[in-house]
Design a protein around this ligand. Sequence first.
Ligand code: ME8
Length: 518
Amino acid sequence: MNRYYITTPIYYVNDAPHLGHAYTTLACDVLARFMRLDGRAVKFLTGTDEHGQKVEKAAGAAGMDPQSFTDRVSENFRTLAKVLNISNDDFIRTTEPRHIRSSQAIWKAIGRGMSPKGRPNIYLGKYAGWYAVRDEAFYGEDELTSGPDGKKRAPSGAEVEWVEEPSYFFRLSDWGEHLLAFYDANPEFIGPATRRNEVVSFVRQGLTDLSISRTTFGWGVKVPDAEGHIMYVWLDALTNYITAVGYPDETSREFQTFWPADLHMVGKDIVRFHAVYWPAFLMAASIAPPRRVFAHGWWTVEGQKMSKSLGNVVEPVRLIETYGLDQVRYFLLREVPFGQDGNFSHRQMILRINSDLANDFGNLAQRVLSFIAKNAGGEVPAPGAFTADDEALLAGAGRLLDAVRGRLEEQAFHLALDAIWDVVGTANRYVDVQAPWTLRKTDQARMKTVLYVLIETIRQLAIVTQPVMPGTMGRLLDQLAVPANHRGFAQIGTRLVPGTRLPPPTGLFPRHVEATGA
Ligand code: ME8
């Protein structure tokens, strides 16, 4: 399969971007960059979710009309993508005409079809039940708890309100068996396994029909041919993934090339929408479901839930100013096994910068490159015959790409980075054992072989690490004089040419020293 379509969730524009948004987007960026370097045609989509009651209320609170408000807040998410060095190919806004057309088209396609039990997929009724504006989700009475304040709350902790209004329903209850058969036939559809089990047991319990239109407010996509109804924001939002590949034109090149998507990356709080409702909507509209949905965990901050009221929201831009972009990119993907919850702490961040980046990877590159600059004429040294130790290090580096590819296919970023750092560790030990500074005095030919083995290992490390730290690894590859067209994975076997002049080395990862008084 030579194409790869990956998406982030589209972000609500009720609020400023925070660490959680940066995390999902960053994980997708690493995969998108990896797949491009691996020679695949990649489409990487992100964007903003701009309709619904939550955004309408936020606009009202800001004293703005929803369109001007969403124009403004959406721009903050575009800026975030730039600041994080995100390589998205498209940025979708659900208020764009292309998306309104696509949402109305999927509504009609669902409405034309019959459920597996031979009943119309969409019917008009009346919704009477609980709704959480914060989650933009309907909840059954049995899912709610009562807080100490006596207010009913959704499992997410969001307040719910009683809603009664005329509404169109999607006959989700008829799709349960189809969904279970689909999960069975596609064991890779939901990752990690814990989320898959949750989803399967949720569907097994039996599904209720889903309210898919609202009539008590107006900020949404108009339901075709149904005066007064706007589409339920999640039906509109999920549809963004096909809008961006040209839906409703299913014969377009873009749609044919990229749909079904390879991966929808989401946070664990929105699995149900992506793994239950979305494939059901698509099946009902006779469109293929995506190949995989992977749900990552949630970040707490210094042990606490991240929230505006606690005043501990981590702003990605501030983080990058303090620690550096690639340092933040590395930390977020290395610190927590992807899929599990994690805790953000400044102490841990500094520890990883100073140990993994400065002491391990940075020091390896720095000491080898400055040694070459000082003692080997500032050019790629010419090697003699390799010893078993040399071969072992080179073979370890040579296996890295496959190891990383395997880990990333499972979205195990932390394990991919572990594999990289294993080679970094082996290379650092090799430097200590081979002691080129001693060889300089005793055996210059052997010294050059050792330096060649090292610089070649560093080249491979840099190429494989590009997706995670594109800026820094690009600078390292510059220092190794690797031409731009030799940085893809197809060229990883092209060894450095002895005698190539190397630019003067500069440090990659400075140690982080906390400002006094901080
Ligand atoms: O859910 N840690 O948008 P959103 C990790 N518009 N991830 C977090 C997080 C945290 N503390 N807080 C939020 C929506 N996230 C919908 C999506 S898709 C068709 C529509 C993650 O802006 C969260 O899990 O509320 C989700 O994946 C993402 O941020 C967007 O959240």
